[in-house]
Design a protein around this ligand. Structure first.
Ligand code: FAD
Length: 423
């Protein structure tokens, strides 16, 4: 069953309903609330890194691929630093920001106060051993992006460019001979792959499935001079996931999505002690809201911990022998490579969410395989814990899980749309 990474992984019936119920009722609403807070909605990213693998890539001219620059974040900080007393009046912040936006205040022209405020944020960052390439946050090319202003949805990015990315991920970086033109079944028991490598493939395939669910759920249905209509495109969903139309591949891809869900959920359950430390703050400088957000975050993590069917990661990299260590190192390197491939995605919106989600999954893997350091946490000083996460890792971890959780939720919507069609 996908709940355990042993045996043939894919053969048994899985308790999808339990996950659906748990996610849609317990996790999804809390997570959405948390992700709309300032701490989680502003993500620092460098979307201008050159592609390290090929130079002949074209410029993306699709209008839905544009990422709206973030004028709101620096503005909110500036406003807060100046007017701490009023910091709870979010609408005032936004009004102020809209004025600033009209005046052309952009990320590149931060005031000294804003810079100071951002330095304060950085003081609350930790970091350590990683599964993923993180952008240099100090690079002038890195900028804050407001994720709520730039939702993941249909962009029109497709064809040879998009295929080259997926192909390079699967063929060169997924431990398996795989061609997107002639998909093989990598989980077949005769594939000869060890359990870790099959798990790796399932994570990437789950991420791919999630991206394709989002583009089908927020598809551009209609457009005119005045407005654009986004919504569910049932036939797009069917083309990608229907059993008959995909020769049985679609349902496997959806199971990989649930597999990814369980991995990230498990990571959240395990990281609870890190966030429970009194020294940990979801720092934005807005104390009342920061405290409330921390409370909400802990509630969410306690719910995650209570899930009855947790994935058992101890089967992965079991043993302390050289082979297991080497495998873990390969796993890490391959995953880092995938995060670098994201710099080759021509569509900026897809690149933004691709980078965020690979980084988030990288953070989840880092948590899962740092058991000793996390267990040692209560014995170490609060200011220098044995396990550390940077703000970028935290923001990507929760937002990436938010994407997968939304995909699981969207599956319910598609199921009911499909059953309405049949009636
Ligand atoms: P693709 O999805 O391109 O798949 C290529 C081939 O891979 C398929 O033919 C199939 O053989 C195999 N395959 C498909 N799904 C899976 C799976 N889950 N597991 C294993 N194998 C699979 N488009 C948007 O509209 N919005 C976005 O936000 C967006 N983000 C993207 C982010 C990244 C990093 C990339 C690389 C692409 C993104 N795209 C996005 C494009 C989108 O994923 C598809 O590539 C595009 O819609 C074309 O789809 P397709 O039907 O040709 O098959």
């Amino acid at each position: 069953c996908f709940c355990q990474v042993t045996g043939t992984l894919d053969d048994c019936a899985c308790d999808v309903e339990t996950i659906d119920r748990f996610n849609n009722k317990e996790i999804f609403p809390k997570l959405q609330k948390l992700l709309s807070s300032d701490y989680f909605r502003f993500y620092k990213v460098n979307l201008n890194n050159p592609c390290p693998f090929w130079t002949d890539h074209s410029q993306c001219g699709l209008k839905y691929c544009a990422v709206k620059p973030c004028t709101l974040a620096p503005c909110v900080f500036r406003y807060r630093v100046k007017y701490q007393r009023y910091s709870e009046a979010a609408s005032q912040d936004i009004e102020e920001c809209e004025k600033a936006e009209k005046l052309g205040a952009v990320n590149g022209s931060l005031s000294d106060e804003t810079r100071q405020a951002l330095q304060e944020w950085k003081k609350h960052d930790d970091e350590s051993d990683r599964f993923c390439m993180l952008d240099d946050e100090d690079s002038p090319k890195s900028q804050y992006v407001d994720l709520l202003l730039n939702p993941e949805r249909f962009t029109g990015y497709k064809g040879p460019e998009a295929w080259r990315i997926w192909n390079s991920i699967y063929e060169e970086n997924c431990f398996k001979p795989y061609s997107v033109k002639r998909p093989l079944n990598p989980l077949a028991s005769n594939s000869g792959l060890c359990v870790e490598k099959r798990a790796f493939f399932r994570l990437i395939s789950g991420l791919h499935a999630s991206i394709n669910i989002h583009l089908s759920a927020r598809y551009l249905l209609d457009e005119n001079w005045f407005e654009m209509k986004w919504g569910h495109n049932v036939s797009e969903f069917q083309l990608r996931f229907d059993k008959e139309l995909t020769e049985g591949e679609g349902p496997k891809r959806l199971r990989n999505l649930y597999f990814l869900y369980l991995i990230e959920l498990r990571a959240l359950a395990k990281i609870l002690p890190y966030f429970e430390r009194p020294a940990f703050h979801l720092y934005t400088g807005q104390h009342t809201q920061d405290n409330e957000n921390k409370k909400l975050l802990l509630e969410l993590l306690h719910v995650a911990k209570s899930f009855p069917l947790h994935f058992d990661e101890t089967a992965l990299f079991a043993g302390n022998n050289k082979e297991a260590m080497k495998l873990k190192e390969d796993f890490k390197l391959t995953f880092k490579n995938i995060s670098r491939i994201m710099d080759c995605v021509e569509c900026f919106k897809c690149r933004l969410w691709g980078k965020l989600q690979t980084q988030g999954l990288g953070s989840a893997l880092k948590i899962l395989f740092s058991e000793r350091q996390i267990d040692a946490m209560p014995n170490t000083s609060n200011t220098n814990p044995s396990f550390q996460l940077s703000r970028q890792e935290i923001v990507s971890l929760f937002n990436a899980f938010g994407r997968i959780s939304t995909s699981v939720r969207e599956l319910e919507n598609f199921r009911s749309l499909l059953s309405n069609l049949k009636q």
